[in-house]
Design a protein around this ligand. Structure first.
Ligand SMILES: [Zn+2]
Length: 311
């Protein structure tokens, strides 16, 4: 029997019919032009029907949804989903009513970690640390084969550990968070600030002066060319990231550290610095136990993991 996995992002949702071993039988992607909960439920329902037909399987068993946001435990209520502009949306129940199947809503990183554990780079291990650096920064801890959730489901919030007392403002409302220096949006914001100050930098030539063309990959390119402005932003970001992850490895003693997310995918130098940071800064005993890997399922970790978490 197969299950339905949904990866619910801010601009797109993806649906896939997934077998128990993590094989995707059919998938569909839809743009979320209308982000009201009703419209998103409708779009997912349509895409799911298409995927079921394309997969040629019987009725699906259940559905799992991975979403970037804070959840009200296992109730299916999305407390806050900043990318969608949602607050207190009973999304699980709405989608279950539309699909006529049980729906489980989980955090996107938990879904990605679960996918990697059962069908990707974590296969065969029981203790994982999964770190994703994209527009935001997050991690999921898997201990003895189980996702560590914490008292109110917020364990693993790596993006909001403090790396500077009273440092840069973060989107969460606090200052000095790791994400304020390393998250994709914030890397771009720091480059834009330098451009707006009119400081001479290679970033101007690399983007033709168009701030919309600033990306983490452009930052890495300029830093590699020893542009002082880019180097300052880049070295600060990779330094904080490497130390933060190395500290997590020291505390958690995982068997595998799995790196993923858009920034680490498109800025391979940053990805390498994370591995170097673990080797340099994690405790001798913890670093000898950990293997540093990339997310093997690439963009599909969360999609597959959500399906495997379906009830
Ligand atoms: Zn924060």
């Amino acid at each position: 029997l197969a299950t339905l996995g949904i990866d619910l992002g801010g601009t797109f949702a993806r649906a896939a019919i997934v077998e128990k071993d993590g094989t995707i039988l059919a998938a569909a992607k839809m743009a979320l032009t209308d982000r009201t909960p009703e419209a998103v439920v409708h779009a997912i329902t349509q895409a799911s029907r298409d995927a079921v037909t394309a997969a040629g399987v019987g009725p699906i068993e259940g559905c799992g949804v991975g979403v970037a946001g804070q959840l009200r435990g296992e109730t299916g209520v999305i407390a806050i989903a900043p990318n969608l502009g949602w607050r207190e949306v009973p999304f699980g129940q709405m989608l279950a009513d539309a699909l006529g199947r049980p729906v489980r809503v989980v955090n996107d990183l938990a879904a990605a970690a679960w996918g990697e554990l059962h069908a990707g780079a974590g296969k065969g291990a029981r203790d994982l640390l999964v770190v994703f650096v994209g527009s935001g920064v997050g991690s999921c801890i898997i201990s003895n084969g189980q996702i560590v959730r914490g008292a109110n489901g917020m364990a693993g919030e790596l993006g909001h550990i403090k790396v500077v007392a009273n440092g840069r403002m973060c989107g969460c409302g606090q200052k000095g968070c790791l994400e304020a220096y390393v998250g994709g949006h914030n890397l771009i914001a720091q480059m834009r600030e330098a451009l707006e100050q009119g400081r001479p930098t290679a970033l101007t030539a690399l983007t033709g002066g168009d701030p919309l063309r600033l990306t983490p990959a452009v930052l890495e390119e300029a830093a590699r060319a020893n542009d002082p402005i880019a180097l300052g932003i880049y070295e600060t970001a990779v330094g904080y990231l490497a130390v933060a992850i190395a500290n997590q490895v020291t505390v958690l003693n995982p068997a595998r550290l799995i790196r993923g997310g858009g920034v680490l995918t498109h800025a391979p130098g940053m990805r390498a610095k994370v591995a170097e940071g673990v080797a340099a800064f994690a405790s001798v005993t913890s670093r000898s136990a950990v293997t540093v890997l990339e997310a093997a399922l690439r963009d599909d970790s969360g999609l597959i993991g959500a399906a495997l978490l379906a009830t």
